[in-house]
Design a protein around this ligand. Structure first.
Ligand code: SF4
Ligand code: SF4
Length: 339
């Protein structure tokens, strides 16, 4: 298959992002992820297939959608329009006829050329540091496409970053790394049982892939960059032992390849996404983490054996903002899947 025919399922293109790498960036969110993190901030990105969401505040109750659905997947309920997700195949016919734009199909197929043409429209604000980040979901699950996409961006002079949870075949990363200037790699928990409890999978593959990425980054000239991101989740990863364990791994196994380790404070701004998808979310009522807790965990990170200067924390807290002046929570802004 030529790169002109390659397609990927893209959830969203987010412009002017400041959270997915250095400078101002355009972030492309790919659909599909092999992990099931209990705290996931982008639940609409987990399923590889396009998914329908119903936004009640826009619905005028006309019921046009019910008749338009060829699969009989829609019905009226006490709460509005109910979606039978076993029947829905994501054809989009209902969204096409909805006069209130209350039905949205999340996810669409793009070719490499289409996507590259779209994101380079933003090149004027990338500056020296910014560029394009492939995020998700797990972008590396669509590795052939990401590799071609990044190669095309490099030909057009755009800097590239891969945001990954590392849960993918090692060969997928091998395809992408030669075309990525920066890798943002999630490290959530070192204990394999706890990792499985929170994400649905153990962490052996992830840690092996991380070492592989570290080796690649360290040996490359010109040097690539590797950033580690750890989501600090109440009742899950907000433990000193978790941070010390991750720090020890970075210090012992990644040998100076990591230029930044960021602890990302949890927020629950994505809870409406779960409602629209008809999913329950155990973190819906969880509050912001105390600033003192983030500061203590950052201090633990600095004492864990890594170069202390690489440690940062970010995000809004119960009393103040992150070290780099993170903004107040913005409901409309899509967060990295982990952070
Ligand atoms: S077509 Fe749109 S506005 Fe009408 S009932 Fe369906 S979701 Fe609501
Ligand atoms: S996307 Fe297609 S199958 Fe799904 S509810 Fe809408 S019309 Fe029916």
């Amino acid at each position: 298959m030529s790169s002109r025919e390659l397609t990927a399922t893209i959830l969203e293109i987010q412009r002017m992002s400041t959270e997915d790498g250095p400078g101002l960036r355009t972030t492309v969110f790919f659909k599909g992820c092999g992990l099931r993190c209990a705290w996931c901030h982008n639940p609409e990105s987990i399923n590889r297939r396009p998914e329908l969401q119903w936004i009640g505040s826009r619905c005028i109750g006309c019921r046009t959608c019910i008749d338009a659905c060829p699969a009989g997947a829609l019905s009226a309920s006490d709460d509005g329009i109910a979606i039978d997700r076993d029947r829905c195949d994501g054809c989009g016919a209902c969204a096409d006829v909805c006069p209130g734009t209350a039905l949205e199909l999340m996810g669409a197929e793009w070719t490499v050329a289409e996507l590259a043409d779209e994101v380079v429209k933003d090149a004027h604000y990338f500056g020296a540091d910014g560029g394009v980040t492939a995020s998700g979901g797990e972008a590396a699950l669509q590795a052939l496409f990401v590799a071609e996409f990044f190669a095309e961006l490099k030909r057009r002079g755009v800097r590239t970053a891969l945001d990954t949870c590392g849960h993918c075949p090692a060969e997928n990363l091998d395809l992408i790394l030669p075309h990525a200037d920066l890798v943002l790699f999630d490290m959530k928990e070192m204990d394999p049982d706890r990792h499985k409890q929170f994400t649905g999978s153990g962490n052996r593959l992830i840690l092996d892939n991380l070492v592989r990425v570290g080796d690649y980054v360290r040996e490359r000239v010109p040097r690539r960059e590797l950033w580690i991101r750890t989501p600090v989740i109440p009742g899950a990863t907000d433990r000193r032992e978790t941070i010390l364990g991750i720090g020890a791994f970075i210090a012992e196994r990644l040998g100076g390849s990591v230029s930044r380790w960021e602890l990302c404070a949890f927020n629950n701004l994505c809870r409406d996404k779960y409602l629209r998808l008809g999913k329950e979310w155990e973190f819906g009522e969880a509050g912001l983490i105390d600033r003192a807790v983030m500061e203590a965990l950052a201090e633990a990170a600095r004492s864990s054996g890594v170069d202390p200067s690489i440690v940062r924390w970010s995000g809004s807290t119960a009393a103040g903002e992150g070290e780099e002046g993170a903004e107040e929570p913005r409901a409309a802004v899509k967060r990295p899947a982990s952070c």
